[in-house]
Design a binder for this molecule. Structure first.
Ligand code: PLP
Length: 445
């Protein structure tokens, strides 16, 4: 049976469209940790889809919950009316969140959730009579999605270049990545907490704390190749924010719901922000859903004004969609019933050893890891940064593993239910792809 569709009309997101359509890699089914391709091959899902599928594909409990939901209530808006699923989900999220973050705004994606958090910060300060706070502090090499808010605080040049004329007022901390001291560190780099001081020594003196609406960071930067925060860095950032009365937002779109062996990175690192942005694994990728966990005082500050008006002029048609809410509630059940956070934590040491064994593969210049996330950085093709990473990603797929390559870094973020043997196969496929692309290092620019 020919399963190859016409490819021209779909403008693929974040994809070199012409290259893909010349050599399409199409998956048509999935189960557990394995994708099936259009040409009948099995490929291990080394990236949990896109950091989503922690519980493995088509988890029966999530599939059942979604089927039940679609048979009962397919759609109801949460504007003025509501449906029980969204309320139940928010309540469940408030219980698993760090203490104090017990109010929840629901969106459809991580990008929307990032922009929502920034809007909540602006609205909060305005409600407190401090509407002049309109500067956001992000960090270099951060990814906070593709909304104008997210790219303003984000720090990926390629994502900002085309839209730089239309961004919010922002400044950026330097990235926590330091090639000279962190190249092959396992887990959190032992030194470097002082990198957080830049907020206090440069950014606050330059703009004044009274101009800053919020500081937003990913606890672990994922989309730029897994950059792990030095020990003590996030706590130091929290302390500086507290000293100067700044809101701190953690973007946990990739770290939320088990990736670091805890429900949130906030709990893994024992640092509580004022808001947590989440998406992806919350539904195991089975339906689009994101959101923001908000400290109650921020929420309550906004519960004012005429009673017939929305307190926050913000929301999406599908905020808290019934199907997505059902998927997320089922995923929270699965995380609990199958101890997925504990499983991720238990698999992490094996994963760490397996990825660090790639240190001797040709042209590997750095390996970073934490929980079930790792970045293996390759020496670039001379004069063509990113080309070797792209080639290795494509070759890895042929060797049977889905990986991602931001620049020349190959990322692995396996489902929490992967077996040690599956992790080994993923790593061996990466090794083959790294070897296959080593000849690119010999080319002249
Ligand atoms: C940290 C982070 N924030 C935000 C986003 C954007 O999420 P979405 O693609 O669901 O809009 C991503 C996506 O990878 C992410 O990694």
């Amino acid at each position: 049976m020919n399963t190859m569709p016409e490819l021209d009309a779909f403008w693929m997101p974040f994809t070199p469209n012409r290259q893909f359509k010349a050599a399409p890699k199409l998956v048509v089914a999935a189960e557990g940790v394995v994708y099936r391709t259009a040409d009948g091959r099995e490929v291990l899902d080394g990236t949990s889809g896109l950091w989503c599928v922690g519980a493995g594909h088509r988890h029966p409990r999530i599939v059942e919950a979604m089927k039940r939901q679609i048979d009962t209530l397919d759609f109801a808006s949460n504007f003025q009316v509501g449906h029980p699923g969204a309320f139940a989900l928010a309540e469940r999220l408030s219980i698993v969140a760090p203490p104090g973050l017990d109010r929840v705004f629901l969106t459809n994606s991580g990008s929307e959730a990032c922009d929502t958090a920034l809007k909540i910060a602006l609205a909060y300060w305005r409600a407190r009579g401090e509407g002049h706070r309109n500067l956001f502090v992000g960090r270099e090499r951060a990814f906070h999605g593709v909304g104008f808010g997210g790219i303003s605080v984000g720090g990926m040049t390629n994502n900002r270049r085309a839209f730089g004329t239309a961004l919010l007022r922002s400044d950026h901390l330097r990235s926590t990545w330091d090639a000279t001291t962190q190249a092959f560190v396992r887990g959190q780099p032992p030194s470097g907490a002082e990198m957080a001081d830049e907020l206090e020594t440069r950014i606050i003196p330059l703009h004044d704390a009274s101009a800053i609406a919020a500081v937003i960071v990913e606890p672990v930067a994922g989309s730029t190749g897994v950059l792990v925060p030095p020990r003590g860095y996030l706590r130091r950032l929290r302390e500086i924010c507290d000293r100067h009365g700044l809101l701190l937002v953690f973007d946990e779109v990739i770290t939320g719901f088990g990736r670091l062996g805890a429900m949130f990175a906030a709990q893994a690192f024992d640092v509580v922000p004022d808001m947590i942005v989440f998406a992806k694994t919350v539904t195991n990728g089975a339906a689009p859903l994101g959101g923001v966990l908000v400290r109650r005082e921020i929420h309550d500050t906004l519960m004012q004004g005429p009673a017939h008006l929305s307190e926050l002029m913000h929301g999406y048609t599908c905020s808290g969609h019934p199907l997505a809410s059902a998927a997320a509630l089922a995923m929270l059940d699965v995380i609990e019933a199958e101890s997925l956070c504990e499983r991720a934590a238990a698999l992490a040491p094996h994963f760490e050893n397996a990825v660090h064994a790639l240190a001797d593969a040709p042209g590997v210049v750095s390996i970073r890891n934490i929980g079930l996330a790792a970045g293996v950085e390759l020496a670039p093709m001379p004069g063509r940064p990113g080309a070797r990473g792209a080639a290795a990603q494509a070759t890895a797929f042929d060797h049977g593993v889905l990986t991602r390559a931001p620049g020349d870094t190959l990322v692995l973020a396996p489902p929490f239910v992967s077996t040690p043997q599956q992790v080994d196969c993923m790593v061996e496929a990466l090794r083959a792809a790294i070897s296959d692309t080593a000849h690119l290092l010999e080319t002249t620019p």
